[in-house]
Design a protein around this ligand. Sequence first.
Ligand code: SF4
Length: 706
Amino acid sequence: MNTLATPGATRTTCPYCGVGCGVVATPRPDGTVAIAGDETHPANFGRLCSKGSALAETLVPDRRLLHPQIGGERASWDAALDTVAARFAETIRDHGPDSVALYVSGQILTEDYYVANKLMKGFVGSANIDTNSRLCMASSVAGHKRTFGSDTVPGTYEDLEEADLLVLVGSNLAWCHPVLFQRVQAARARRPQMRLVVIDPRETASAREADLHLPIRADGDTALFLGALAAIEAAGAIDRAYTQAHTEGLDAALEAARPFADLDRLAEATGLDTDKLAAFLDLYAHTDKTVTVYSQGVNQSAGGTDKVSAILNCHLATGRIGKSGTGPFSVTGQPNAMGGREVGGLANQLAAHMDLGNLAHADVVRRFWNAPSVAQTPGLKAVDLFQAVADGRVRALWIMGTNPVDSLPQADGVAEALRRCPFVVVSDVVTDTDTMPFAHVALPSAAWGEKDGTVTNSERRISRQRGYLALPGDARPDWWQIQEIAKRMGFAKGFDFANAAAIFREHAALSAFENEGTRDFDIGALKTLDDAAYEALAPVQWPMPAGAAPTTRFFADGRFFTPSGRAKLLAVAPAEAPALTAERPFVLNTGRIRDQWHTMTRTGRSPRLSAHLAEPFCEIHPADAERLGIAEADLVSLSTDHGGATLRALLTPRVAPGTLFAPMHWTGQFSGAARVNALVPARTDPISGQPASKAAPAALRRVSAE
Ligand code: SF4
């Protein structure tokens, strides 16, 4: 409930990571805002990390986009909306519905996502709407879907606290989901028997706290979890009663895993020494209460979906799922990656967890929306979408709440694609992104603290983001902008939402439509919230089936959403190692640092956050540095087949010899030639479409000493 003793205080949700912490924001008379953790919020119980604590410092008016612009000149909303609607309608008329596209963001709210999807997939008739969440968790979505039959995170944050063995794979939880890591630290203090294993090529802040760190080579994860499944079989830890009753595919999965029972072969495939491997496999095979958390190191890979499957196989083979202190657990990077998934925010989803290409699902959506032309086939995933912009198949593009010129792989190619695109619309909060200069029309969006709606965190908890500040200038919510364009494109019926609450009610009603009694992952019980109840909505986990109490954990009953009702174990194979050459002998790993968020459009405004690590850098092993004549703090040049960047050398044994690490936050706006995503190839997982951002073959040389 948004009921607080302090006058003017508002309960809302942090706009950064997928932990989804509750925040209490209290505007002061001097115009500043006091920020505190919400002690009643079940994600954080009052805790905040450095980024959440510094939110007030980011609420600054400088470089704010306050008015619509056409061709860089201030315009009225009517003129801007008319221009966008006319150009989109004209492009569709001349080139078909798939010649237009929306590229949105895990930063926008579920209500924004819902209206955007409704317009594109129900009324324009194209599924060309994708999101920067594609860069974050698409491999987990694909892995969940083919094993569980649904994109479902089974567990809850409590499971991480209740586990006897917590394994972090490709997840620097300490920096990227800090409050969840704080909960783990507190649980370890209460329960000293709990073991923490970190599987990561780097010795991260999380790895430094682990009982065991496995510095795996890039993309060695599938081999490791094949070895783990083989070890589980060898230890007699397969739960035969569970697998016989609730799964299929075990025999084939075991057959694929058995070659990795050989420790020497596994060591070769993973780059790990046999002692560490043996210690991990023993723990993993013999600990019933095991949770495996995975994040970008698993997802951002050309074999990301198979990595997810290899992890899910281990949990299903042991029946370690759907019970307290167990389960595979994908943590999402963004505040609303999960909410976007619920309303079909990916180009290969429909809405309410229904599937594109499924005629029955398309019919449900068509009848519910009374929609003229529901998309029948999947649209373009993020990387392919920008390729289609580059080659002229997409001729009108609307970018909302994201900065693809810095965040997508082959970022220089993305800039070139936008330069060539006949019509680009950018909805954003600030003027100084590297994407904004390409906008033919710029639309000022409401920022955090000004907008109203919901987000869903990594444990499926829906929380309210509430506006507590007046909208500055002409800024408007993203859903309002989409609705106004829809009306002007002739789709007035269906786009007459009075407020965010009305959108949420429709979203919840669609979730329940024709599903009641047959599916238990809907949020239908929320479909009748009136505006006051929506305003007061307390954080709640879905599923929320009508007439039933919410459940917190999926698959406790061993029922899955596949046609057979059984989970599918899959026979997977390890991905190819990155193809290094004499010219490109290093493996470049990209990632995040503790105190910056994405492309720094918000955190870059906080002096406190910028003080943590003040400039772009590249971690280099001292042995490599010595060989190349690189000293600490030298400027170094990194290059790949796609671009270059100049960074400060940071010599550290945190990275293995032959590998490099560079954070992806700095942009042209903040640091000139340090756009790390310009280096990353547009190589994607063939199933999920997620880019392989963590294993680019790269060259390194010293530029100068400064
Ligand atoms: Fe915000 Fe994530 Fe930090 Fe929580 S852990 S305060 S959601 S950035």
